[in-house]
Design a protein around this ligand. Structure first.
Ligand SMILES: [Zn+2]
Length: 499
């Protein structure tokens, strides 16, 4: 079996083969850095991350480009409202975006080109389109793409050709299907653009690029004329991706994208997210509420990317419980002594097969999660009977880490340990005076942390505050923050510094 993906262009699930294996050229539309991205945006970015990680899991070498739109209608307007230069305004949200990416464990793209750093490539692309006669300069000084000069226009979004209003023009970056007109490539500079520092010289007049142009110019610069996969949210199919195709193919005469892959919307408590409904959620809201990113990724994975996902607090709690079960079985596997019972080998093989079969089927992540949970049940049953040989255990851990790593629903350094009050009381190992030490090389960190939480609790009961404080410090050095709860102690992963 090989990976099969739903291609929006053909509206069919097709086997995926890269143009020049093992390299896969992947382009994903990045954030418009005018404000914080919301979790709907991040559902798309997480689905793209899962796609990329699965391609790598399957042995491909992915060159991944994600653009940062730091000049368009919205960024300029937001900078104007804030009364700061465009670059100052967007820098803040670029930083915020990367913080959110790190929290959500998104693998860094190979390149993150910024639109304002690639104006020369955009000017060259407009010049080429003018030369080829598919673009023209309007009387307003802006340059437009003539959709009646590109017969394939509308193929991706299946907009009716008779609805195309050739010759009529639209200059905003976003517009509806009913408004399929000649679209803007290069916008003549307005006073507010000059004021924001968002205007550049070009042979066809001073101005700035349209949003669609940015992706065509930068994808070509980094990945060449033909991309293997172009991904984004369904809301980008029209006009953004339709216009990207028109610009790129009219300029190069070659197919622009071989597989168009689109992720569906996220709803919050059953409605479309909007500031107006007060259900506008950002990733930092969830982070500040103390949610582990694995829970959010588990929740996202529980719905296939082509279906709408309903985000609810209940669903997030259930997802969090799932990540705990995975973390727990991993701890048990890593810590258990070799036994002579049932070997883990067949369980590892079964997980590998079931996971691959699910993911090959158009990234069926709900089924992939089910495979992981089947493994959890089976492995726990073996562990309960004290079974498993050392070699088999390593195999089981590798299978678990491989599958859970693609989805990022578990992670040693980011897991929350919940230690019950009972376990805390049972676990202080040494006498009161024994030295507290960091984990030895090779020691299971989770087991060490549990005993250290016990040490801290025992010291507190004796009112030995310096010792309790030392235990807390040692835990902090290992990345754990201690939180006392009614039921015991929680060891929370501390934020890792941004890289
Ligand atoms: Zn784009």
């Amino acid at each position: 079996m090989t990976l099969r993906l739903f291609n929006t262009l053909s509206r069919e699930v097709e086997p995926f083969t890269p143009l020049a294996p093992p390299r896969v050229a992947l382009y994903t539309c990045g954030p418009t850095v005018w404000n914080y991205a919301h979790i709907g945006n991040f559902r798309t970015f997480v689905f793209e991350d899962v796609l990329r990680r699965y391609l790598e899991y399957a042995g491909h070498e992915v060159v991944h480009v994600m653009n940062l739109t730091d000049v368009d209608d919205r960024t300029i307007k937001a900078a104007g409202t804030a009364g700061v230069p465009l670059a100052t305004h967007t820098a803040r949200y670029v930083d915020a975006f990367f913080e959110d990416c790190d929290y959500l464990r998104l693998e860094r793209a190979t390149h993150y080109p910024r639109a304002t750093a690639h104006i020369a490539q955009m000017v060259a692309l407009v010049a080429r389109l003018l030369e080829r006669g598919v673009a023209y300069r309007g009387e307003d000084g802006s340059v437009y793409f003539a959709i009646d000069r590109f017969p394939a226009y509308g193929r991706l979004s299946r907009v009716e050709r008779r609805d195309l209003k050739a010759g009529a023009r639209v200059s905003s970056d976003e517009y509806a299907k009913e408004d399929a007109r000649d679209f803007v490539l290069w916008k003549a500079a307005r006073p507010e653009d000059e004021q924001a520092g968002a205007a550049w010289d070009a042979p066809f007049g001073r101005g700035r690029p349209g949003w669609h142009l940015e992706c065509s110019a930068m994808s070509q610069h980094y990945l060449g004329d033909t991309l293997d996969i172009h991904a984004g949210g369904v809301d980008l199919i029209f006009p953004h991706h339709e216009d990207e195709i028109a610009q790129s193919e009219a300029a190069t005469g070659r197919p622009f994208v071989r597989y168009w892959v689109h992720g569906e919307f996220l709803l919050v408590e059953g409605t479309k997210m909007s500031k107006r409904y007060g259900n506008f959620l950002t990733v930092r809201d969830l982070r500040e509420d103390g949610w582990n990113a694995a829970a959010l990724r588990y929740l996202f994975a529980s719905t296939q990317y082509r279906k709408q996902l309903n985000f609810t607090d209940e669903a997030l709690k259930a997802a969090d419980a799932g990540t705990q079960r995975l973390a727990e079985v991993r701890r048990r596997l890593a810590a258990s002594p070799p036994g002579a019972g049932t070997p883990f080998g067949p369980l590892a093989a079964e997980l590998g097969h079931a996971f691959t079969a699910a993911m090959d089927d158009d990234l069926d992540t709900p089924r992939a999660l089910a495979a992981l949970m089947d493994f959890v049940r089976a492995a726990n049953a073996v562990l309960d009977t004290g079974g498993g040989e050392a070699g088999d255990r390593a195999q089981a851990l590798a299978a678990l880490d491989g599958a859970a790593g693609v989805l990022q629903v578990l992670g040693a350094e980011a897991q929350t340990l919940r230690v019950s009050a009972d376990a805390v009381l049972r676990s202080p190992p040494g006498p009161a005076g024994s030295a507290l030490e960091p984990p030895r090389p090779g020691q299971d960190v989770a087991a060490w942390a549990t005993s250290m939480a016990g040490e801290r609790q025992a010291a507190r009961m004796r009112k030995d505050w310096p010792r309790a404080d030392l235990a807390r410090k040692l835990l902090a050095e290992q990345g754990f923050e201690v939180r006392d709860t009614r039921d015991g102690v929680e060891l929370l992963p501390r934020k890792r510094p941004a890289t």
